[in-house]
Design a protein around this ligand. Structure first.
Ligand code: XBP
Ligand code: MG
Length: 248
């Protein structure tokens, strides 16, 4: 059995990035900034993980003339509130297989954790809106946002989570959707299942344990893109145990 399952949030738990983009753009308008992040631009900007870091990168490289008149921290705080409002309104749903696998892990008493770049309030609101109730208690550890100084692709958030779980990376499984996330998890020595998302589908996932369209549901199998795969086409704890052993 895997010692723990560690999940990314944005793109992996749910297709969140369009909502993040919307929240950024609405915040720019509210602050009287004539900036607009369309989809092609946002795809490029996602190379920089972390909303504050992405904003700073944008200012330096795209609108340096505005550098003196923006407060990145204030802008990002407003964006976080706007995003949380939209998530709480129920704008997102979990990707296939996530709730099923969390339920299975809970029944088998396998710890589950989160390792994400996004801010903690965003994680809490998303979990509340999609899984409801006291679900936050289900997670043994949540590593999020500024809890570590170096964001993905640095392995720090995964190392932080492993430390608190008291587990070795090689005994766990990580779930990611992006090149940055895969690099971070692999950097911490964790075999990683990648389910590419809307903005990451063309990225390089070399070194992933498996690359799949999603985790699959009964009657709605995943599509296998690369790495290890199975005939049953649904990722269960038993599948993961087998894949991890094969990988070791
Ligand atoms: C997610 C991110 C985040 C979100 C925005 O990356 O990079 O920055 O885009 O959230 P990952 P914040 O899925 O690899 O963790 O604005 O709260 O940073
Ligand atoms: Mg992600």
């Amino acid at each position: 059995m895997p010692a723990a399952l560690i999940f990314d949030i944005d793109g992996t738990f749910a297709e969140t990035e369009e909502l993040h983009r919307l929240a950024f753009n609405q915040t720019f308008s509210a602050f009287g900034l004539h900036w607009h992040w369309d989809r092609p631009l946002y795809r490029k900007l996602l190379a920089v993980a972390g909303g504050k870091e992405r904003l700073a990168h944008y200012v330096t490289n795209y609108v340096p003339q505005d550098a003196g008149r923006v407060d990145i921290a204030a802008l990002h705080a407003a964006k976080t509130s706007r995003y949380a409002e939209m998530v709480a309104e129920g704008s997102l749903c979990l990707r296939p297989g996530i709730a099923r696998l969390l339920g299975e892990a809970e029944r088998l008493k396998i710890p589950v954790a989160i390792a994400t770049t996004t801010s903690l309030p965003n994680v809490e609101t998303l979990l509340q809106a999609t899984l409801g109730g006291e679900v936050i208690e289900v997670f043994a550890v949540i590593g999020a946002g500024d809890m570590v100084s170096a964001k993905k692709p640095a392995p720090d958030v995964y190392s932080y989570v492993l430390d608190r779980l008291g587990c070795e990376g090689r005994d766990c499984i990580a779930f990611e959707d992006s090149y940055n996330g895969l690099s971070a998890a692999r950097g911490a020595g964790i075999p990683t299942v990648v389910t590419p998302s809307y903005y990451t589908d063309t990225e390089d996932f070399d070194g992933a344990l498996a690359v799949l369209s999603d985790l699959g549901e009964p009657g709605a199998p995943y599509r296998h893109f690369a790495g290890i795969g199975d005939d049953d086409r649904m990722v269960t704890i038993e599948t993961l145990a087998r894949w991890r052993e094969h990988h070791a």
